[in-house]
Design a binder for this molecule. Structure first.
Ligand SMILES: Nc1ncnc2c1ncn2[C@@H]1O[C@H](COP(=O)(O)OP(=O)(O)O)[C@@H](O)[C@H]1O
Ligand SMILES: [Mg+2]
Length: 307
C-alpha cells in the first residue's frame, strides 16, 4: 500500500465580496498515473457542484491554476481561478480566455471545458488536464537544447496550434516555453495560457504592453501595433532556444549554427526569418513558416554524419 501524503495544502482564496477565505484543499494521489484519488479531506471546495479543488499547480500574475477532480466523470481536470479584486481589464481578459478556450478545439491547443463562472466566491473556468511538463521544464533538463529530430516535430505542432489561432483571428501574445505543455513523453505539444490573447478585430489601448519581454517582438515591446506576426517572432525565440539551449543573448545574437552544428542551414534560415526585426520582413503567415520548417528537415546539416 502506497504511503498516503498527509500534508493538506493551504491556500488562500480571496475575492471582493468575502474579504478573505482560508481554505484547506484536498490532496490526491495518482492511481495508475491517471485517476486522482482523494486521500485527505479537510474542507472541501466544490465549484459548480462538480469540480473539487485539489492541489495548486501555480499561482501567477493573472490567477492560480489548480488540479481539480471532475466529480461527474471522476477525471482529473485543471481549474484556473482569477485573482481576487481584479480590475475590469483583467476580469474581461479572464472571461475572454475561458470563452476562447471553450470554443476552440484543436489537438495543439489546450481544451477549455466551460465559460468563466462565479461560485463559492471564486471566478474560475475548467479545462483539460494536459500535463505537468512544459517546454520550460524540458529546457531545464536539456541545457544544450533538443536535437533537431526531436525539436522540429514539436515546433511543427506549435505551428499547427498557432495557425488554428490565427485562422480564428486570435493573437496569443504570450508564447513562451512555460505556456507550452508537453504530453506523451515529450512528443506532443499544446499551447496554454490565453490570458493575453487578442482578437484581431478588437481595438485595445495601443500603449498597453502585455506579454513576457524576453519572447516579445520588438513592435510589441515598443507598444506599437501587435499583429499575428508578433507571435511568429515569439515562435522564432522559442525555436532558437529549443535548438540552441538558450535564448538569443541580445539583439545581435550568435547565429544558431555557430552554437549547434547539427542545425541545418535551412533550419537556421527559418529562425533568422522568424526573428526579423521588422514584422513585414518575417514570414507572412504561419503556413509559410511551417512549410519552410518542413522543407528544412530534408536538408542534411554539413557536419552531421547519418551513418
Ligand atoms: N491545462 C493544463 N494542464 C496542465 N497544466 C497546466 C494547464 N494549464 C496550465 N498549466 C500549468 O499551470 C501553469 C500556469 O498556467 P498559465 O495558464 O500559464 O497561467 P499564468 O497566467 O499564471 O502563467 C503553466 O505554466 C502550466 O505549468
Ligand atoms: Mg503562463
Amino acid at each position: 500500500m502506497q504511503q498516503v501524503q498527509k500534508q493538506p495544502t493551504l491556500i488562500r482564496v480571496m475575492n471582493d465580496q468575502i474579504p478573505r477565505i482560508q481554505v484547506q484543499v484536498d490532496r490526491f494521489r495518482e492511481v495508475n498515473g491517471t485517476k486522482p484519488v482523494i486521500v485527505e479531506h479537510r474542507e472541501t471546495i466544490i465549484l459548480s457542484e462538480r469540480y473539487r479543488l485539489c492541489e495548486q499547480i501555480k499561482s501567477g500574475g493573472q490567477g492560480s491554476v489548480y488540479f481539480a477532480l471532475d466529480l461527474r466523470f471522476h477525471e482529473r481536470v485543471v481549474v484556473k481561478i482569477a485573482h481576487h479584486i481584479m480590475d475590469a481589464i483583467a476580469n474581461s481578459r479572464f472571461v475572454k480566455e475561458a470563452a476562447t478556450l471553450a470554443l476552440l478545439s484543436h489537438p495543439n491547443l489546450v481544451k477549455g471545458f466551460g465559460f468563466a463562472t462565479f461560485d463559492n466566491g471564486i471566478l474560475f473556468f475548467p479545462m483539460e488536464y494536459a500535463s505537468k511538463r512544459t517546454l520550460w521544464t524540458y529546457l531545464q533538463e536539456h541545457k544544450d537544447g533538443a536535437i533537431p529530430e526531436i525539436g522540429i516535430p514539436l515546433l511543427l505542432q506549435l505551428c499547427d496550434g498557432l495557425s488554428e489561432l490565427h485562422r480564428n483571428g486570435i493573437i496569443h501574445r504570450d508564447l513562451k516555453p512555460s505556456n507550452l505543455l508537453l504530453t506523451q513523453n515529450d512528443t506532443k505539444l499544446k499551447i496554454t495560457d490565453f490570458g493575453l490573447l487578442r482578437y484581431l478585430v478588437e481595438v485595445e489601448d495601443p500603449i498597453a504592453i502585455v506579454g513576457t519581454r524576453d519572447y516579445m517582438a520588438p513592435e510589441q515591446s515598443a507598444g506599437s501595433d501587435v499583429t499575428s506576426s508578433s507571435d511568429i517572432y515569439s515562435f522564432g525565440m522559442i525555436m532558437y532556444q529549443l535548438l540552441c539551449g538558450h535564448p538569443p543573448s541580445s539583439q545581435y545574437f550568435e547565429r544558431p549554427r555557430t552554437i549547434r552544428s547539427d542545425i541545418s542551414r535551412k533550419t537556421e534560415e527559418v529562425i533568422m526569418h522568424a526573428l526579423a526585426k521588422l514584422p513585414e520582413a518575417r514570414f507572412q503567415d504561419v503556413e509559410q513558416l511551417k512549410s519552410a520548417l518542413e522543407s528544412s528537415i530534408l536538408e542534411r546539416p554539413r557536419f552531421r554524419y547519418w551513418g
